[in-house]
Design a binder for this molecule. Structure first.
Ligand code: NAD
Length: 390
């Protein structure tokens, strides 16, 4: 169990770009990063509105001299300090991820970036090469995948208790955009602008979470072909989509279906993952994150609770709260941030052996998410036809 005991040599000096007062995701980053004392927030360019960003950063306890107007000012201001930032998180709209990540890496700073990582796989490859050349880590905040019951599903499937995996059933839907965008928030406006959101809306915004979690649970399965049908039920969102269905053929013969939507009116269920094997199935949803359904054909359904000794060691090792108490999204983000901190710490110490086996969402996870999006868009643009996975 994780108990907050020191996990790396010394806390990392951490900064943020974006994630300011009005930002949706910024607090999730701070919830994850500041949990175990592995990061100390020392600098930031928190907001497009520099004055508001400075005021916000000061209220978070950051030295006003280290609340910067933008990323370039942060890089310049931190460069000559002995105690300058070592790692910076990027919690800004999608179109800014690539230039901000590139600038930070060029300045020798590790990066933790939001998903979808970039617009194209070519951009991912460029950044992967740059990070390798500079010996730096890029982490990606697929924040839901740090939950111990996700590790439990992966361990059960790896041990064979489910048998051969036949069906992968993934759903992340909500109804927050069921109405039109007349009074849309800033966060909603950029999400439906292809220049700012990229080639997708809900596929990138929430579908990449589903895809990465399925990769964590089924690391050996590869998609061979997929078909993506997407639609903007609110016409102003076209050519991007507010609803999409993706069918996938895996290399072991398994079938996958994935539904993402922001027009699933009234649904507050958020995410649901179901993995069906030849012997048994497991199902987990972040609306009831403490419980994993385990269903063996012909037997009563079992509900596995997080933190209980009957779970796999891989799951118990990353549990934080212990059984009987709620273990949720904040705990999951804390694990993601911890695992990335451990990767950065190992990189700094030159411990490549640790990095070989250490699991965290990094550059490859970000790249595979973008690759999946490129395939979805190629299929959708061809009229929702099957395409070979590239
Ligand atoms: P948002 O529009 O609510 O907030 C963006 C924040 O970034 C604001 O504070 C804004 O002032 C600031 N900002 C914008 N451009 C900036 C720049 N160039 N320099 C400094 N600050 C800048 O957006 P959001 O919903 O918080 O989404 C941000 C990113 O996080 C997106 O990529 C989104 O896909 C991702 N996201 C991820 C999760 C998750 O669970 N991992 C959840 C929500 C959003």
């Amino acid at each position: 169990m994780i108990n907050g005991e020191r996990k790396i040599a010394a806390p990392l000096r951490w900064g943020m770009i974006g994630g300011g007062r009005t930002g949706q995701v910024g607090y999730k980053h701070r919830t994850g990063a500041l949990r175990d004392g592995t990061y100390r927030l020392v600098a930031g360019a928190f907001d497009l509105d520099a004055k508001r960003g400075r005021d916000f950063g000061t209220n978070l306890g950051v030295d006003p001299d280290r609340c910067y107007d933008d990323v370039q000012a942060l890089i310049a201001g931190e460069a000559d300090r002995e105690d300058g930032v070592q790692v910076v998180s990027v919690a800004t709209p999608n179109f800014t991820h690539f230039p901000i990540t590139k600038a930070l890496l060029e300045a020798g700073i590790h990066v933790i970036c939001e998903k979808p990582l970039f617009f194209t796989v070519a951009e991912c490859d460029e950044i992967a090469a740059l990070a390798a050349e500079r010996n730096l880590i890029v982490g990606v905040t697929y924040g839901f995948t740090g939950h111990p019951l996700v590790r439990q599903m992966a361990a059960m499937i790896a041990s064979g208790v489910l048998g051969e995996i036949r069906i992968v059933d993934l759903q992340y839907t909500h109804g927050f955009n069921a109405g039109d965008d007349t009074n849309a928030s800033e966060a909603q406006k950029w999400r439906t602008d292809p220049a700012k959101s990229g080639p997708t809306f809900v596929l990138g915004d929430i579908g990449t979470h589903l895809f990465y979690l399925s990769e964590v649970v089924l690391p050996d399965l590869r998609i061979e072909r997929l078909l993506c049908d997407r639609k903007a039920f609110i016409p102003s969102r076209a050519p991007l989509e507010d609803n999409a269905t993706v069918l996938m053929h895996y290399d072991n013969g398994a079938r996958g279906h994935l539904w993402v939507s922001s027009v699933d009116t009234g649904n507050m269920g958020s995410q649901r993952y179901r993995f069906v094997g030849s012997k048994a199935s497991v199902e987990w949803s972040d609306s009831r994150p403490d419980q994993l359904l385990y269903q063996v054909q012909g037997e009563p359904e079992q509900i596995l609770h997080h933190g209980m000794p009957y779970l796999e060691p891989e799951s118990l090792a990353v549990d934080r709260m212990g059984a009987l108490h709620t273990e949720g999204l904040g705990d999951s983000w804390a694990n993601i941030y911890l695992w990335i901190a451990q990767a950065i710490d190992a990189k700094r110490r030159g411990d490549e052996a640790f990095l070989q086996t250490h699991r965290y969402p990094g550059m490859q996870a970000g790249t595979e998410g973008v690759r999946w999006l490129e395939n979805c868009v190629r299929s959708a643009k061809a009229g929702g036809t099957w395409v070979d996975y590239q």
